[in-house]
Design a protein around this ligand. Structure first.
Ligand SMILES: CC(C)(COP(=O)(O)OP(=O)(O)OC[C@H]1O[C@@H](n2cnc3c(N)ncnc32)[C@H](O)[C@@H]1OP(=O)(O)O)[C@@H](O)C(=O)NCCC(=O)NCCS
Length: 226
């Protein structure tokens, strides 16, 4: 991908995933998580069969995939707060998608091409995800935010302390700060979320955005303070 165009001036469009996007999504995964197996075409096509509206890409003018966000609907009571990513996504297959009982849109994946991060593409994917939750009348969006900057601080502080500092703005985490700036708050800090993730050492913050059009006053008041 050329980096001639300054990030701020890049055109991108967010739209639902189509099968022609699969090679681009796989290449993006390989760039984002080198050394980890990327999504396979058969997993991606399963996601499209199960919940097509929940699968989004950001594409540039040439229809190259520069960003990707995958979601499913879960019935939250089926899961422990500290369940790992594998459980929330049924090992990445999304066969646990439950649009009947579920009121929670679960953010299973979000990634932007490393060369053009910081140009608003992640924000656009998050806006589209929020619009989806609103359109479907869901109560909330939840996700595990892997604590990408934590390994560098792990000798000096616990993961909880790290999250507290990120939430208060005295530290910046490349993922969690982005999410907190988009209306999410932290519910819990959990170990073992992505077991082999060296940057987070497996730690994640369970994060939530509440749909104010659907939430009760009690649900809105229950938002924890970090
Ligand atoms: C998290 C992620 C999707 C954000 O995507 P993005 O396109 O960089 O997001 P945006 O440009 O909309 O916002 C990034 C924020 O970082 C700031 N930023 C500035 N320069 C930046 C840079 N060079 N790189 C990244 N972010 C930068 C932006 O100004 C923005 O700040 P804000 O939150 O105060 O608005 C992206 O960093 C990513 O793909 N990370 C790797 C995968 C990952 O960890 N996913 C999350 C799994 S839980």
């Amino acid at each position: 991908m050329s980096t001639d165009v300054p990030p701020r001036r890049r055109y991108v469009k967010v739209r639902p995933v189509e099968p022609r996007d699969f090679p681009g999504i796989i290449a993006l995964c390989e760039r984002t998580y080198p050394g980890s197996p990327p999504w396979s075409a058969s997993q991606l096509s399963r996601h499209l069969e199960i919940f097509p509206e929940g699968q989004l890409v950001a594409v540039d003018r040439g229809q190259d995939v520069v960003g990707y966000a995958a979601s499913l609907i879960v019935y939250w009571n089926d899961y422990a707060m500290d369940a790992p990513w594998k459980e929330f996504t049924d090992g990445g297959l999304f066969t646990n998608h439950d649009p009947v009982l579920g009121r929670t849109l679960y953010g299973a994946e979000v990634m932007v091409h490393p060369e053009i991060r910081g140009s608003g593409i992640g924000g656009k994917l998050y806006e589209a995800r929020r619009a989806l939750a609103e359109r479907l009348g869901l109560l909330r969006i939840r996700a595990g935010a892997r604590l990408r900057g934590y390994a560098k601080h792990a000798e000096r502080m616990s993961a909880e302390e790290y999250v507290r500092r990120v939430a208060r703005g005295s530290l910046r985490d490349p993922t969690l700060s982005f999410q907190l700036n988009r209306g999410f708050h932290v519910l819990a800090v959990v170990p073992g979320y992505l077991k082999y993730d060296a940057e987070s050492l497996g730690w994640a913050a369970v994060i939530e955005w509440i749909n104010p059009a659907v939430a009760t006053a009690a649900e809105l008041a229950a938002v924890p303070r970090w």
